[in-house]
Write a protein that binds this ligand. Sequence first.
Ligand code: ZN
Length: 284
Amino acid sequence: MPFGSFKAVLEDAKKNGYAVGQFNINNLEFTQAIVEVANEEGAPVILGASEGAIKYMGLEYTAAMAKVAAETSRVPIILHLDHGGSFNMVMKCIRAGWTSIMIDGSHYPFEENLTLTKKVVEACHAIGVDVEGELGRIGGVEDDLTVDAREASLVRPEEAKQFVEATGVDALAPAIGSAHGHYIGKPNLAFDRLAAVRDITGVPLVLHGGTGIPDEDIRQAISLGVCKINVNTENQSAFTDTIRAVFDKDKNVYDPRKYLGPGREAIKEAVRTKIRLFGSAGRY
Ligand SMILES: [Zn+2]
């Protein structure tokens, strides 16, 4: 089938109390693994492509690969720009075939973020492209925040209401203390903020930094309005650890298929675990 509808899969997740996984793609093997397991599990999936990954794979290659993945799939597959940083990048992606995007203006002051996001939503909605925005600052785990800095990075529910109403975003990623990369200690999620943002905005919410968040916290986040969870680091680690093990076992291996194949299988099992945890298995 053609690309699925970002808005439609998230609305279904919101209505039925589960979350759709966004699994980022870094190459062909990631794309194949994610789409294969989505079909085996009957789960919709969002293929996330960051600006860095797009630069690595090439804009047209990324779009073409995802398009073939969607066309050969019986479950909805969505190609999503992850953390788009500018209006120009959004336009390039749409022209190449993307049907949903994230615009991340969270590093700007609130008013500038709102203005940029509103401009992107207006352009995207005019041509049927769905938009995710971000509010507050979702950090990297390398950011060792003080209590005050953590507090300042979290989403403010009253700002979320203003942001969603003014911009018309289809989904919102509110910063609630999750981070990109591997966590050093146990992640400390601000569930009270999450619930407040859900109640005040009503839009599907997105949890970034899904790697390493305990299962019970994932379930709680879903129960409080999270409809999309982003995972990348865990699949990268599963892929690389498996390839490293192949090399450890046989240092003379030279055929890329002999290590990329096992790496692809490892991604499949990591994605399968997440799909089942998120409750998105068997929905399609
Ligand atoms: Zn993210």
